[in-house]
Structure formats: C-alpha cells, structure tokens
Design a protein around this ligand. Sequence first.
Ligand code: S3P
Length: 448
Amino acid sequence: MSGHGEAQAMISAACGPLTGTADVPGDKSISHRALILGAMAVGETRVTGLLEGQDVLDTARAMQAFGATVTRHGQGEWSVQGVGVGGFSEPSDLIDCGNSGTGVRLIMGSMATTPITATFTGDASLRKRPMGRVTDPLSLFGARAYGRQGGRLPMTVVGAANPVPVRYALPVPSAQVKSAILLAGLNAPGETVVIEREATRDHSERMLAGFGAQLQVEKTAEGHVITLLGRPELRPQTVAVPRDPSSAAFPVCAALLVPGSDILVPGVSQNLTRNGLYLTLAEMGALIEFQNPREEGGEPVADLRVRFSPDMKGIEVPPERAPSMIDEYPVLSVVAAFASGITTMRGVKELRVKESDRIDAMARGLEACGARIEEDPDTLIVHGMGPGGLPGGATCATHLDHRIAMSFLVAGMAAKREIAVDDGSPITTSFPIFEGLMNGLGAAIRQG
Ligand code: S3P
C-alpha cells in the first residue's frame, strides 16, 4: 500500500478556548533512524515512544524486507533484531515508502554499500520528489541507481560490491542527504566525510554515536565536518523517542491564535537544530513559557505553556534559520496571517520539494481564505490581518501533504468562517491522533 487510503475531506470551525494538555506523538525523524540503525546493529534494539504514523510503519516494513525482525510489543514499544552493518539481504519485492522522503532516502543510503539490489517506490507525492540529491553521492561509493527522468521513483538501487569511502560537501542543506551518506559510509572501509555549510538536524550523528560508531563533528570555516569511521559493529540500544517538535507546532500555534487558550505541551524537543519555529514565535510576541528543561532520550526537552497571544507582530524570519524550522513554515504562515504586519520568509526554496510545493500550497490556500500573499521561487510573504482577521470560508487543497492539511485546519480554528481541506488522510503519516488530540483541547474539527 502507498501510505494512505481514500481522500478524506475535513472541516475546521472557529472554537472556544483551547485548554488542557497536548501529548503529541514521538519524533518522526528519530523514529525512522531508530528502526534503521536497529536493523544495522547486531542484536536486539528496544524502542519506546516510536511514532506509529504511516511513514514510520512503512520504514518498519522495509527493514523487515531487508532481513531484520521488527516486532510491536505495545503502544509505541517496538524491538528490532538487527542483522549488522553489511548484513542486509536482498528484498524479494518492491520497497514501498508511501509518502516518506525521509524513509526512502535513508533506506537507500543504508543499503547502497551492500551488494544487493532493491527497487523503491512510493505514493503520487513521493514519486514526484527528486532522488538525485541522494543517488549522486551514493554513486561515489560505487552504488548505481536507475530511476525515471529527473531522478524520480520508482528507482532501482544496485548496492556497491566494493564500496569506497566518500568525502562530500552537501550542495543543499538536507539532513536526509547527510544521513543517507552517513548510513552508506557505515559499510565502506575507512573514513567517510560529510561537510554541511548550514547545520541541519543532527539526530543521525547523535544516534550513530549512541550505537557505538566512531564519529567526529568539527566546526570549521567550511561548516560542520562530520567524519565517520566505516565498518563498526553497532551495539543495540534502548532508544526513548522524544515527542516531535514539528507535531507540537500545531497545538502550539492553534493555542496562540484561539482567544482565551492556555495549554501545556509537555516534553517538546529543544534541540537547536529543530527549534527555529519557537525562536521565531517568541520574536513575534508569542506567549510561550519553556518550563522544566531537562534531557529525555538524549535530547534536550521542555514543557511548553502556551497562551492566546493577541499582540503578535509580523517579522523577517532570518534565512539562516530555515534548516532548523524547515517543516514549520506552513503553520508559521498561518500564524503570520493572524499577526499584525508583514511576515517575510526568505531562503525557503527547499519547501518546493517537500511532500508538496509548500510555498505554492500555502499561498493558494491562504489567498482562497482571503489573505494577501506574495511569493517568488525562494520567498513567501504573508500580510497579516490581525487576531481573528482571516476571513476563511474556503476549501484548501492539501496535495497529499500532511503539514498543509494540519496547517489549514489550525487556520480554521481562528478564522471568521470555517476552513475545509480537500484531503486530510495524509495526516496519518506523522500525527495519527491529530483530530482527537485537537478536539480534546477544544477544537471543532470534523470529517467532511
Ligand atoms: C528530515 C529532514 C528534512 C525534513 C523532513 C525530515 C529528516 O528534510 O523536511 O521532514 O528526518 O532527516 P530535508 O533533509 O530534505 O531538508
């Protein structure tokens, strides 16, 4: 199956204050990595708090297809019996990664230096996304990839029989590409080096070190230089997955926009490579308190108390902040529509190659709801209409993109008239409990 089922329209209406506690699910990036590194370790890795969204379930199934044993023991509790670095066997069928760019790119990396062949596909969204950014560096290890025009899925990857280590400077700031190279480097002899000019999420580096790989990160004039020594024996771990700051963004932003709201969102990652949205909201005048800072599952976390914030102002979001909030621009553009003044988001062209072209999807949807938007290939500008100011009353197209769907449902909670989305089914890829959680806080979201 390809990620999700039938299209499901959803509608969000203005609601009373949001109150209570929002326990958001586990982090998607860390969940993928826990399953993949668990499959590459020797012995049994235990995972708690795993996100049971469709993207991660597709990765679990893929790891089984490569020979690992993946078992669900209870809600979020899983184990992976790994086969060791270089121990993957050849899958007997297509690897269908559904909607997940992270899943397909990391898995391609993890098999690219083992002499096996696998053919990858995904849903209509994933089949439009560029894979060359991953297969180009993987070819330097000696792997070969045969896909459709423009490096699109379906694509067959033939793993290198005699892989050589690679030194590669990332041409785009992408944690997926960085991680694919590091995972491939695990089964190449010698040192694989990845250089990133702008820091992207560092979960792979943290987790590789936790599994016992020898990995060094140096800050130099070129940026981060990450050096991995190949052919380690990875030791199985117990991974406690922290809650996902990208999912937390939805109840947080909703509470900022709905009058009278006051909610608690516990255990939200404060990892500096993920917290750009929270810095940006603070600069806009959001009332967010970061309580009880601590470490959970190797990640810094805090409990967020979030209150209705009627005095938010539009700002210029610094472009260098983009990698640390790349998935949060859609919901930020909703907050911007309810702020006073103009919010300018520059340096955001990567949004055009996500699950959908997110600049276009947000621009068209917000315009349909009555906002004034400007855009260019690398920029999104939202003219704020003040608290409660967005007219709404539109149906927005989600283009198989979970974050576009959730962003417009948040907008509907504070707009003058209801906002519908044509298809909310992709929400299950990252936040399967979204509707129940939001309605539990006081939202009025329903299936259409
Ligand atoms: C992710 C990296 C980001 C992000 C995606 C998850 C990851 O993609 O958008 O949702 O887990 O490495 P890019 O690496 O393409 O920026």
